[in-house]
Structures are given as C-alpha cells and as structure tokens.
Design a protein around this ligand. Structure first.
Ligand code: PLP
Length: 386
C-alpha cells in the first residue's frame, strides 16, 4: 500500500540535503562548540553559519537568534522571560483564544502565579483585528503574545499592525512563528516583533531544535541557567548536528519559498475546489481569511473526524482531525470552538496540510479516496439527508 503524508503541520520529513549536512557533526566533527581546540572551533563555526541562515530566513541579524530545543521552549522562554524581567512594571498579558498549547498553557500557568491574561476572541474566520489589542491594553500590560499563523486552520494574523500598536504603547510583542516560518515570507523588523518563535521540524528540518528571535535590548530572563551558552540566554551544550540541520533547511526554504508558495497554494486551492465539487455539505474553515498556502481545514457535516482520519489511514493517507482525544474524553479543538464552531461541527473537521515535498499525485489520491469514505460514514448518521 502506498503511504501519503498530508499532516505536515504536525511535523515534516527532512528534505534532501539536510541529513547529509548533519551527518558529519555526529561522526568526525563531534566537537563541543565551547572547546577552544580545533574540534570545538569547527563546531562553533558550523553553529555560526546555521545562525546566519536562520536569521536570513526571517530578515534578522544572526546575533539576535538563540538556538534552543524547539517551538515549545521558544514560546516558554519568550513569555516567561519577559514576564519575569518586567514583574516590577506589571503582570498583564494579552493573547488570543487560538494560540498553540505551548503559549496557551504557559499563559494559564502564569495566571495561576498571579498574572492577569486577556484572551482575545476571534471572528468566524479565525482572525483578530489589531484594534482589539489596542482596546485591551492597560497601564500594567507587559507582553502581547499573538501567533503569526495558526496550526489548525492556517489563518495569518495582522502581526504588522499589532506590532505597530505594541511599539506605540512601548509593550513587548512576541509572536509564535512556528507554522509561518519557511511557509510565508517573514521579516521580523517589518512585523515589529521583539520575539519570534521557530521550530526546525515544521520546515523539513530535524526535531528537537528551534530558535527564538530576540530583538536587541529585549530583556528576556533566561529560563535555563548553566554554562552561559548562547550568549547567556540559553545554557546547555548546543545540539550541533540539529542546529546545522536547521541552518541547512532554512537556506533551502528561503531559496525555494517564492515558487513553493505558488505551487502549494495552487495545489491546495484546486484540492478544496475538487472536494467541494465531489461532496455536499462541506466548508473550509478560515476560507475568507489570509491563510497559509499549505493548510486546509475542512468541516464535513454528518461525518465524524476520527472516523475520517482512521478510514483515510487504512487507505494509507495521513491527515489529522480538529478534535483531540485527551485523557479518554473527546475534546473539540479550542481553535474551532473559538471561531464559533459547535462541538458537533468541530468533531467533523479534518486538517490536511501539504509541504514542499507534497506532490500532485498525493493530493489526487486524497481527492479520489475521501468522498467515498465520507459517503460511507454519512450513511451511519441518522441526521444525514442527501
Ligand atoms: N507553536 C505552534 C504554532 C506549533 O504548531 C507547534 C507545534 O505543533 C509548536 C508551537 C511547538 O513546537 P515544537 O513541536 O517544536 O515544540
């Protein structure tokens, strides 16, 4: 059976060239970048090179990029680091209701520790208006954290306008850019963010390595203390091979970005049009909002998401659903709930996410198989009328 991977917002495979770039750093170039001898300096040079590549992908200076273990750590470091450094000024945070758990649960944890958090609501397309941020601003606001692109529906928030508001108010602004990096052009200076989170495994790099952009003179208190690595911002011997892999994939993503955005976007739009033509009662979440070109979140009435995912899996196609099964109980996705979907609607949603390595044949196979699966599942629904 062929296996088709259309769950690239969960993770991606490494692209050709990345493993080859990493391999020497496991074998003959295994030095510790803090060592002063030749092996150490070779590792340090490789990290510096990767730092420049990651910085170029987001229009930053290399010295403003801190390597760490991934998107979750980047979000934690940014949010906790600012809150800690600003605690004498205030404890109010502004965020949205559709953040990734790495941001959402960090803010909830800070709420328990005495911070006040404003959770901004979204419209039905999953979009915020920048003016909502201005209206939520208080004298004790120390941080705004709003994601750039959403992992479930792909909607892209007006980060530049929010950045302008943050700048006028003199408040630090973090954006979780884990899903946006490498998929759409990112210029951190134009976005006016102080902090921007990235994760290599979402853009065809290795897992367990990420980066946080920290604009100059942004006072983030380190979360992990030790030997003072990463210019005292994140201690711990660097994951040299992982960082090299991140650098390699960042370069390839930047070089291919303009072409891939068009190719993937056209493939996704065509897929959505064909699915709509083949099935009744389906809607695309966030369809009218600016969206990542690779992401499609479709709501299929009278068919259950888990059933669709499992049936597709049996046909060799990997996608995901908008609901998450946690501790035995089925929870609708907080993102779909925040954009006004009922639990029933949330349970019928499917996330299909493409990547630089997705082919037209992959998408054609999904379009061929999904309508039959939906028809069979709908026949089990007492509410379904053709
Ligand atoms: N933020 C967003 C928007 C994500 O999609 C993810 C991963 O799913 C993360 C953060 C966490 O990244 P990581 O898996 O590198 O910890």
């Amino acid at each position: 059976m062929k296996h088709i991977y259309l769950d690239n917002n969960a993770t991606t495979s490494m692209r050709p060239g990345v493993l080859e770039a990493m391999t020497p750093y496991f074998l003959e170039k295994y030095g510790n970048a803090s060592s002063i001898h030749w092996f150490g300096q070779e590792a340090k040079a490789a990290i510096d090179d990767a730092r420049s590549q990651v910085a170029r992908l987001i229009g930053a200076q290399a010295t403003d990029v801190v390597f760490l273990s991934g998107g979750t750590e980047a979000d934690n470091f940014a949010i906790r680091g600012i809150v800690e450094s600003q605690k004498s000024k205030g404890r109010h945070i502004i965020t949205s209701q559709i953040e990734h758990h790495a941001v959402m649960n960090t803010c909830k944890d800070l709420e328990k520790q005495g911070c006040e958090v404003t959770w901004l609501p979204l419209n039905r397309d999953g979009l915020l208006e920048a003016e909502q941020v201005r209206a939520a601003m208080r004298p004790d606001t120390v941080l705004i954290t709003i994601m750039h692109a959403n992992n479930e529906i792909g909607t892209i928030q007006p980060i530049e306008q929010i950045g302008q508001i943050a700048e006028e108010a003199g408040v630090f602004f973090h954006s979780d850019g884990v899903q946006a990096t490498g998929k759409i052009p990112v210029e951190v200076k134009a976005l006016k963010v102080h902090l921007y989170s990235m994760s290599a495994h979402k853009l065809h790099g290795p897992k367990g390595v990420g980066a946080l952009y920290v604009a100059r003179r942004t006072p983030v208190k380190p979360m992990i203390t030790g030997g003072g690595h990463e210019r005292n911002r994140r201690s711990g011997t660097e994951n040299v091979a992982g960082i090299v892999g991140f650098g390699a994939t960042a370069r390839l993503a930047r070089e291919g970005l303009a072409d891939q955005m068009v190719r993937i976007g056209e493939m996704r739009d065509d897929m959505e049009a064909r699915l709509k033509a083949a099935m009744s009662h389906i809607h695309v979440n966030g369809e009218d909002a600016p969206r990542l070109p690779n992401t499609s979140n479709i709501m299929v009435d009278y068919a259950e998401g888990e059933g669709m995912v499992i049936s597709l899996d049996l046909k060799g196609i990997a996608v995901s659903t908008g609901s998450a099964c946690s501790s035995g109980s089925m929870e609708p996705s907080h993102v779909l709930t925040a954009i006004g979907k009922t639990p029933d609607e949330g349970f019928g949603s499917l996330r299909i996410s493409l990547s630089d390595l997705t082919t037209q044949d992959d998408v054609d196979y999904l379009v061929e198989v999904l309508p039959g699966i939906v028809e069979r599942l709908r026949e089990l629904s007492p509410y379904y009328k053709k």
